[in-house]
Design a binder for this molecule. Structure first.
Ligand SMILES: *[C@@H]1O[C@H](CO)[C@@H](O)[C@H](O)[C@H]1NC(C)=O
Ligand SMILES: *[C@@H]1O[C@H](CO)[C@@H](O)[C@H](O)[C@H]1NC(C)=O
Length: 431
C-alpha cells in the first residue's frame, strides 16, 4: 500500500512538473517578474531565491541593490549541464565591462561588501527561472535559457547569511540583474523593491506595476509614488573595479534634512558627488542602518534629541548613539511617536519622510530602549549619506532605469499595508 501511494505521489509530481514546465514555456512573455525577499535576523541581510542550472536547484542570494551582477559560488557543489563559459571576444563580455581575460574566459571582479573582499571570477551563463506576476499575485515560473552570472570561489561567501550561495546585484549596468531580466523577457527597464520589516516575505518586481498589496484597501502602491532623479556617480564605488568604470549604485540628490519642521545644518559640499566620486547620497540594501558622515550624524542626533527633550534617555546601545526609554514614547500607525526625519530631495516639494517605524529601532533587553536607527559613518566616508535597509523597509522604491528616476512611496503603513502583504500564492515555488 505504502509503496503504491508513494508511486502515485511520484507520478503526480512528474505530471505537475511537466505541466509547470509547459506553462513556463507558454508564458515566456510575462507582464512582470517577481522575487521573494526575506530578512535574515542574524546578519540583517535581505535574501532572495532563484532557480538555476540543469537539473534546476533553488539558489539563495543576498540582495545587493548596487551590486554590479549576480555572482555565485561555483567551486562547491555547482552541477549543471547547461553552464557555459563566456569567451572574451563575445558580445556578452563586451557589455560586462570586463578588463581581463584568462584562457579565453571573460573575467570580472565579484565582491563581498560584508568582508570588504573582491576577487577574480569568470563570466558564465546558465538557465535561470523566476516567478512571473501580474502585479496582483504570483504566477508560474518563467525561464531564461542563458542568464549571465559571475562565478566566484567559495571563500567569497564568508559573511553572507547561512544558506546564501552568492549575491544578486541589482545595479545600474548592462549585466545587472534588472537589465538582464528586462532584455530576456522584453520588459520595461524598471524594477521595484519592497523590503520586509520582520519575518515576512517582501517582493522585488521587474517590469511595470501594478504593485498590489493586500490590506484593508488592497492599495496599488504605484499610485502613491513621488519621483526624484537618479544620479550617476562617475567613479566606481565597488570594492574593486577596472579603470573608468562608473558606479553601478543608485544615487539621489538630498538637498536638505529636516527633523520635524526644523532644518538640520548640513555642509552642502558633502551632499554633492565630487569629481573623485566622493560625497552624495546612495541607497543600499547591504548597509543595515542609514550611515551618515560624522558632521551630518551629529547634527541629526542633536536635532532629534532636542526635539524629544522631554523624553527620558537611556545609555546608547551600539551601533546607535541616541536611545530613549521605550515606554515613554507613544505609538502611532507609522511607528513610535517621534518627529519625522525628512530628506528634502531634488524636485519641487519632493520629500522622503521617514516615520518612527523606519527611524526607531527596538534595542536592549526586552526592547526596553528605542534608539535612533542612524549610524556614524566617520569623517571620511566615500558616500556622505548611505540610506540603509532599515529605513527602506515597508517602503516601495521603484527604479526606472530608462528615465533615470526613483519613485518612492514613504511608509506603506500609512496605507494600512506592508511589504509582507503581497499575495504570494501557496503554490509559489521559491518560498
Ligand atoms: C516637504 O517638507 C517640508 C518641510 O517639512 C514641508 O513644508 C513640505 O510641505 C513638504 N512637501 C511635501 C510634498 O511633502
Ligand atoms: C491571492 O491570489 C490567489 C490566486 O490568484 C487568489 O485565488 C486569492 O483570492 C488571492 N487572495 C486574496 C486575499 O486576494
Amino acid at each position: 500500500m505504502a509503496s503504491s501511494a508513494a508511486w502515485l505521489f511520484f507520478l503526480c509530481s512528474l505530471l505537475l512538473f511537466s505541466l509547470s514546465s509547459f506553462s513556463s514555456a507558454a508564458t515566456s512573455r510575462p507582464h512582470a517578474l517577481l522575487l521573494p525577499v526575506t530578512k535574515d535576523a542574524a546578519t540583517l541581510e535581505y535574501l532572495t531565491r532563484v532557480r538555476q542550472r540543469t537539473p534546476s536547484v533553488d539558489v539563495t542570494l543576498v540582495v545587493d541593490l548596487g551590486g554590479r551582477f549576480l555572482w555565485v559560488d561555483c567551486d562547491s557543489g555547482f552541477v549543471s549541464s547547461t553552464r557555459r563559459h563566456i569567451p572574451c571576444d563575445s558580445p556578452q563580455c563586451a557589455i560586462s565591462n570586463s578588463g581581463m581575460c584568462g584562457d579565453n574566459v571573460c573575467g570580472l571582479l565579484p565582491g563581498n561588501p560584508f568582508i570588504e573582499t573582491s576577487t577574480g571570477g569568470s563570466l558564465e551563463s546558465d538557465v535561470l527561472s523566476v516567478l512571473s506576476t501580474d502585479g496582483y499575485t504570483s504566477g508560474p515560473l518563467v525561464t531564461a535559457s542563458s542568464f549571465l552570472f559571475t562565478c566566484a570561489p567559495t571563500f567569497l561567501l564568508r559573511g553572507l547569511a547561512k544558506g546564501a550561495k552568492g549575491m544578486a546585484g541589482l545595479g545600474r549596468n548592462k549585466v545587472g540583474v534588472p537589465s538582464l531580466l528586462s532584455s530576456a523577457f522584453h520588459l520595461p527597464r524598471k524594477f521595484a523593491i519592497c523590503l520586509p520589516s520582520y519575518a515576512g516575505t517582501g517582493a522585488i518586481f521587474f517590469g511595470d506595476g501594478p504593485y498590489k498589496f493586500l490590506g484593508t484597501y488592497n492599495p496599488d502602491v504605484a499610485q502613491y509614488l513621488a519621483y526624484t532623479p537618479l544620479f550617476v556617480n562617475p567613479v566606481s564605488t565597488a570594492g574593486a573595479s577596472f579603470g573608468n568604470e562608473k558606479s553601478a549604485e543608485y544615487f539621489i540628490g538630498v538637498r536638505a534634512i529636516r527633523v520635524g519642521e526644523k532644518a538640520v545644518p548640513v555642509d552642502a559640499k558633502l551632499l554633492a558627488i565630487g569629481k573623485d566620486g566622493v560625497g552624495g547620497t546612495k541607497i543600499s540594501t547591504v548597509t543595515p542602518y542609514t550611515t551618515l558622515h560624522t558632521s551630518i550624524y551629529k547634527a541629526v542626533v542633536g536635532a532629534f534629541a532636542s526635539a524629544l527633550a522631554g523624553v527620558p534617555q537611556v545609555p546608547p546601545l551600539a551601533p546607535f548613539g541616541l536611545c530613549f526609554e521605550a515606554a515613554k514614547l507613544g505609538s502611532t500607525r507609522v511607528g513610535p511617536a517621534v518627529p519625522a526625519v525628512n530628506l528634502v530631495l531634488q524636485g519641487e516639494g519632493v520629500n522622503w519622510t521617514m516615520w518612527g517605524a523606519n527611524t526607531m529601532v527596538a534595542a536592549g533587553a526586552g526592547g526596553k530602549a528605542l534608539c535612533l536607527g542612524f549610524v556614524d559613518g566617520g569623517t571620511k566616508p566615500t558616500t556622505s549619506i548611505v540610506i540603509g535597509g532599515y529605513q527602506l523597509e515597508d517602503n516601495l522604491l521603484q527604479f526606472d532605469l530608462r528615465r533615470s528616476r526613483l519613485g518612492f512611496s514613504s511608509s506603506l503603513l500609512f496605507y494600512q499595508t506592508t511589504c509582507s502583504n503581497f499575495n504570494f500564492t501557496s503554490t509559489s515555488r521559491l518560498l
